[in-house]
Write a protein that binds this ligand. Structure first.
Ligand code: FES
Length: 128
């Protein structure tokens, strides 16, 4: 299987890996077929001009190389974004930022996308 240089970079040296204590929101998703699990933690700060911004983000992933690389990349993409901007990040954005994923690994980027969105929803539910 051919992985891009970016995927290998993020797999071997993931960014933002680890738990965030007292996170503002947590999202956890799994893929029942392969059994991979992903958890994303966000810390949200209120900015007077921009609104609610993801000031800190972390992940824990039990999964394949693509799952780890997509977790790492989505945390880079979502950091310092407003919740609205982060909600618009798609699995294609993650795959593009990783210079592509092998077609049979595209579902791994779904996990990252879903986990981020779940973390944002968790925050929003707590702050209704
Ligand atoms: Fe399951 Fe990659 S094979 S997320």
């Amino acid at each position: 299987m051919q992985y891009s240089k970016k995927v290998l970079e993020h797999f071997t040296r993931p960014h933002n890996q680890g738990v965030i204590r007292n996170a503002s929101g947590v999202g956890m998703v799994g893929n029942p077929v392969c059994g991979d699990l992903m958890k994303i933690y966000i810390k949200v700060k209120k900015d007077r001009k921009r609104g609610e911004v993801i000031s800190k983000i972390g992940f824990e992933t039990l999964g394949c190389a693509s799952a780890i690389a997509t977790s790492s990349m989505i945390t880079d993409l979502a950091k310092d974004k407003t919740l609205e901007e982060a909600m618009k990040i798609t699995r294609q954005d993650v795959a593009d930022a990783l210079e592509g994923l092998p077609p049979i690994k595209m579902h791994c980027s779904n996990l990252a996308d879903d986990a981020l969105h779940e973390a944002i929803k968790d925050y929003q539910n707590k702050h209704k």
